[in-house]
Write a protein that binds this ligand. Structure first.
Ligand code: AMP
Length: 582
């Protein structure tokens, strides 16, 4: 299949924000893709070259990309540079330059999907001496053979900024409709949640239909998508929801880790499915000793600790470990961590995700010998609200974030990749006059005044509308910033500057700066109100109104563990508003 067909489909998809229309367009596209190319098409559509856990990173130095565009088009270099400064998007630069190309060569190849995909892999993986030349040559060849639309999407993909606004679940719907029926979407989602690889799911579906999905099983070494929790404002409500009795677990505040163990081999993944084994050699050693089974998949929270006092440290300390490739040995000593395990998803060849919580907890107890640096999450099973409240107070007293209530029902399975009422979180902040914390994505900024002159003064924050794959503004955040944070903001935000509201951002407000959603901050608000100026949950409560957070305050926590798409959803905001309205 030609890459042009794909690029033209992307143009159409990008022009709509309606999930159903997008799904129809994807179905039309998938129907025409040969089976041998469906994996590549799905990955390209997600803006990836491999599933997240494979660690295949995209990205190219902007200078190199601009040079390749110049070599392919011979459009004046200064003009290309100007265009880049004006647009800040490699895709637009490539589109414009290819459109303005003086003459088309007789020797262009028609770009097939395979050719584009393979070249992108080669460009992204090239390293060592001579790699710059190779990247330049390969990209210039792609640009040379491209029409303007093709050039646009190739450049964006390579920059790691394709972001068509298609939620994974829209792809799941489209795959189900194309290769099975709409009613089978849950089965398709389950397969995706188990293997975290939509391209693999698509290939099996295209080749063997729905029955092909039975080949997808939980495997050691392949992370499954993390189960998520709902929230409720009080312990009585939680007990009520969970049938009168629940397991209340300590909610540790650190980095979620999914550990895959087989014999001597240990692999660690984050909630974003990133392989972080290399950053936690100490956890690997600890698990090798503590784990008594032959093979297993365990989940827990990795928390920084002060080795001298045994006290847990703020969550941010763990993040200092991440991304440090070179000074790892000193980081391991400087920032020691503990692992609190809370689930067992697989043990000795058996998938436990479809067994109830109580059974999984028993298996967890059976396969772990606790040691100094690895413990099981503290738990209290009770039907007594006062007892649960006392447990909550104890956790808060020790500096914990809150508690996680877990259902004891017969069907309290591990629901990979989805939120469900089998896990309910209850955090400290919910208690004080509805002072919730939410995790919001930064989408815009305002110039500072007074003491903040010359800096960012406030930020425009957004929730994520999962159905539409869009970010919706919900508040202007200016308090809770200390000097260090204000000074760090340019470094955190400037790489994501864009000239106008990012196409995934739905804003009715004018900001001085706009960002591609990337940074997620924890924010505490006093109340949620209706607002004509914010687009969160637009017109879901009242015509002409969205939702806004009043008196927002930055808590000091950058949610490095969350991608912008993991920010609090507009749907959750609506639920919080409704809870509060009660
Ligand atoms: P939140 O990030 O606020 O949505 O809360 C969910 C997160 O709490 C999970 O992703 C885990 O990283 C973390 N967590 C801490 N302790 C537990 C626990 N005992 N059970 C489940 N998740 C936990």
């Amino acid at each position: 299949m030609d890459y042009l067909t794909l690029a033209q489909a992307y143009e159409k998809i990008e022009a709509t924000s309606k999930r159903l229309e997008m799904t129809d367009m994807l179905v039309e596209l998938f129907r025409n893709v040969p089976e041998s190319e469906i994996e590549k098409v799905v990955l390209l559509t997600q803006g990836k070259l491999a599933p997240d856990f494979a660690g295949q990173e995209l990205g190219i130095a902007e200078k190199l990309a601009l040079k390749a565009i110049y070599e392919a088009t011979r459009v004046n270099e200064t003009d290309i540079q100007k265009l880049w400064l004006k647009e800040g998007d490699l895709g637009t630069v490539a589109y414009e330059a290819v459109s303005r190309r003086k003459q088309t060569s007789l020797f262009t190849d028609t770009l097939s999907i395979g050719m584009v995909f393979d070249s992108l892999v080669q460009i992204s993986s090239a390293s060592g001496s001579g790699s710059q030349d190779l990247k330049l040559k390969l990209l210039a060849k792609l640009m040379h053979d491209s029409s303007p639309v093709e050039a646009k999407y190739i450049a964006r993909t390579l920059a790691g900024k394709l972001r068509l606004g298609i939620a994974d679940m829209t792809l799941v719907d489209a795959l189900a409709i194309t290769f099975a029926t709409k009613q089978d979407r849950d089965r398709v989602e389950l397969a995706y949640n188990t293997c975290s690889d939509l391209a693999r799911v698509a290939k099996l579906l295209a080749g063997k239909g729905l029955s092909g999905l039975s080949e997808i099983e939980l495997e050691v070494g392949i992370p499954l998508r993390a189960m998520l929790a709902e929230r409720l404002p009080g312990i009585p409500e939680i007990l009520d929801k969970l049938g009168g009795k629940a397991a209340f677990e300590y909610k540790y505040d650190g980095l979620r880790i999914q550990a895959h163990i087989k014999g001597e081999g240990v692999q660690l993944f984050t909630r974003q499915l990133e392989d972080v084994t290399g950053q936690f050699p100490d956890l690997v050693d600890i698990l090798k000793v503590a784990f008594k089974g032959k093979s297993g998949v365990l989940e827990g929270e990795c928390v920084p600790v002060d080795i001298n006092t045994g006290e847990m440290l703020p969550f941010q300390t763990v993040s200092r470990r991440r991304g440090r490739k070179y000074e790892l040995t000193s980081a391991v000593d400087e920032f020691p961590v503990m692992l609190y395990l809370f689930d067992c998803l697989y043990l000795n060849g058996k998938d436990l995700t479809q067994t109830p919580y109580t059974n999984r907890r028993k298996k967890l107890i059976s396969c772990i010998s606790e040691a100094d640096r690895v413990k099981l999450a503290e738990v209290l099973v009770t039907s007594d609200a006062d007892e649960a409240e006392a447990f909550f107070q104890k956790v808060i007293g020790k500096g914990g974030e809150g508690i996680m209530a877990k259902s004891l029902a017969d069907d309290s399975f591990y629901k990979a990749g989805s939120r469900g009422w089998h896990w309910i979180k209850f955090k400290r902040d919910y208690k004080s006059e509805m002072n919730d914390t939410v995790d919001l994505a930064v989408v815009g900024g305002f110039s500072g005044r007074g003491k903040r002159a010359g800096r960012y003064g406030a930020l425009l924050m957004a929730t994520y509308n999962r159905d539409e794959g869009r970010f919706e503004t919900v508040t202007k955040l200016g308090s809770g910033f200390d000097d260090d944070f204000l000074a760090a903001l340019p470094e955190l935000l400037d790489p994501h500057l864009v000239k106008k509201p990012h196409r995934l951002v739905n804003s009715a407000m004018q900001a001085d700066f706009w960002f591609e959603p990337s940074l997620v901050l924890e924010v505490k608000g006093a109340e949620i109100t209706l607002s004509p100026t914010h687009t969160c949950a637009w017109e879901l409560v009242r015509k002409g109104s969205g939702l806004a957070i009043r008196f927002p305050r930055y808590t000091g926590k950058v949610r490095q563990d969350k991608a912008p798409e993991d920010a609090t959803t507009s749907e959750e905001m609506l639920a919080l508003y409704n809870l509060q309205a009660k």
